[in-house]
Design a protein around this ligand. Structure first.
Ligand SMILES: Cc1cc2nc3c(=O)[nH]c(=O)nc-3n(C[C@H](O)[C@H](O)[C@H](O)COP(=O)(O)O)c2cc1C
Length: 381
């Protein structure tokens, strides 16, 4: 039997990937106060261009979409220019760059939004957690429940953001429908109490994600649009009693759109942390998605090379995304290929503000060359 290597090419939507390694989307909070990516962002992604696919950090689709400080956006001309700086640096590397489109919904506070703007959500239910603001942690606010026509305006914001992402030189966009943010808030019964066309039945709760995907597909082409989901995770308090039925319905509604890919997060992680496994056993998210998704499947969450190649060879996934290991190992594909050690994970600088803990990690080759030079220098003393 021929085995599928992580280093074999793949076809995703309209694009050829040079290998089956994706860099998972990771918020790193290196945007200016105007939410433009700082120049160091281009260097960060260029350092990681060994990946077949890079999915950007979550990027705000509109001024009211943000939940955290210094997360960049994609709605102003300055932001498009900033992202063009990133995609210019990636040109010629052969890596594909999808921008993750993010609206946090209720997981926010007015301190993270323009003056006078309130967080919004399908229903007026607070997230029940603290959010980081520039003034320190604050309890997430009670959100404004979107009016029916306001929901359509948000759908249009996604489509406009997708257009602007392509204008900035991205190869495509990924809709962030995972981890309890706005699309997941519509999807789940704990966060959606609506009785209009956007709530009530599972089908109507799934509609927001489907309409966003459809609008983005119409704006930039279905083969340039992916969707990210975290089934069964209940992250940020978005959950339903019958999760399999919810995701079964959602995938059935998304499948006919002919999207570039579905990206799922396993139960091994909750957001950015490893999760304590449930003794009663975990749902197999990747297997669940594979059975119900006719197209390309990207799997993320707790992968190393052995587990990734196992899932590729078992036909469970087509591409595997790595998150935390990409923070400290810009040359992750080379390290995986050669079995070189990985740098220890260090959370301290995950969320900003500058180059420290961001672009100052070296490749293994550079580290060992420096170590060898230091040894020679010490020996000749
Ligand atoms: C610092 C950090 C920021 C993250 N930000 C995002 C994000 O913006 N969007 C998203 O979908 N997932 C985000 N995640 C989750 C990762 O994409 C990924 O699912 C998670 O780290 C599990 O993969 P891993 O085990 O390979 O790290 C983030 C994770 C980390 C560590």
């Amino acid at each position: 039997m021929t085995s599928i290597s992580l280093f074999a090419p793949a076809r995703v939507g309209a694009l050829d990937l040079k290998n089956r390694i994706a860099m998972a989307p990771m918020t790193r909070s290196r945007g200016t106060d105007e939410r433009v990516p700082k120049p160091v962002v281009a260097q960060y992604y260029a350092q990681r261009s060994g990946a077949g696919l890079i999915v950007s950090e979550g990027v705000g689709i509109s001024p009211g979409s943000f939940g955290f400080p210094n997360v960049p956006g994609i709605f102003s001309d300055a932001q498009v220019q900033g992202w063009r700086g990133v995609t210019d640096c990636l040109r010629g590397t052969g890596t594909r760059f999808f921008m993750q489109l993010w609206h946090v919904g209720r997981v926010s506070h007015p301190d993270n939004l323009p003056p006078g703007v309130q967080p919004c959500a399908p229903s007026a239910l607070a997230a029940g957690r603290d959010v980081v603001t520039r003034n320190g942690p604050r309890p997430a606010s009670l959100p404004h429940a979107l009016e029916t026509d306001e929901v359509w305006a948000v759908v249009r914001d996604y489509a406009q953001a997708a257009r602007r992402a392509i204008e900035a030189g991205c190869d495509g966009v990924e809709i962030h429908a995972a981890n309890g943010y706005l699309p997941a808030q519509f999807l789940h019964e704990s966060t959606n109490l609506r009785t209009d066309e956007w709530g009530g039945s599972i089908e109507k709760r799934a509609r927001f994600t489907v309409e966003v995907a459809r609008a983005c597909a119409q704006a930039v082409g279905p083969d340039r649009v992916g969707v990210r989901l975290s089934p069964f995770s209940a992250f940020n308090g978005a959950s339903s009693a019958d999760e399999p039925a919810v995701y079964e319905q959602l995938l059935a509604q998304l499948a006919p759109l002919g999207l570039a890919y579905l990206h799922v997060v396993t139960m091994e992680v909750a957001g950015h942390m490893t999760r304590q496994a449930d003794a009663a056993g975990e749902p197999d998210v990747v297997g669940f998605a594979r059975q119900r998704w006719p197209g390309v499947l990207i799997a993320a969450g707790g992968y190393d090379r052995a587990k990734a190649e196992h899932d590729l060879n078992a036909g469970r996934a087509d591409v595997v995304a790595f998150g935390r290991d990409y923070v400290g190992n810009p040359d992750l594909p080379e390290r995986l290929a050669h079995g070189w050690p990985l740098v220890e994970r260090r959370m301290a600088d995950w969320y900003g503000p500058d180059a420290k803990g961001y672009t100052d990690y070296r490749s293994y080759a550079a580290t060992s060359a420096t170590d060898a030079a230091t040894e020679v220098a010490q020996e000749s003393k």
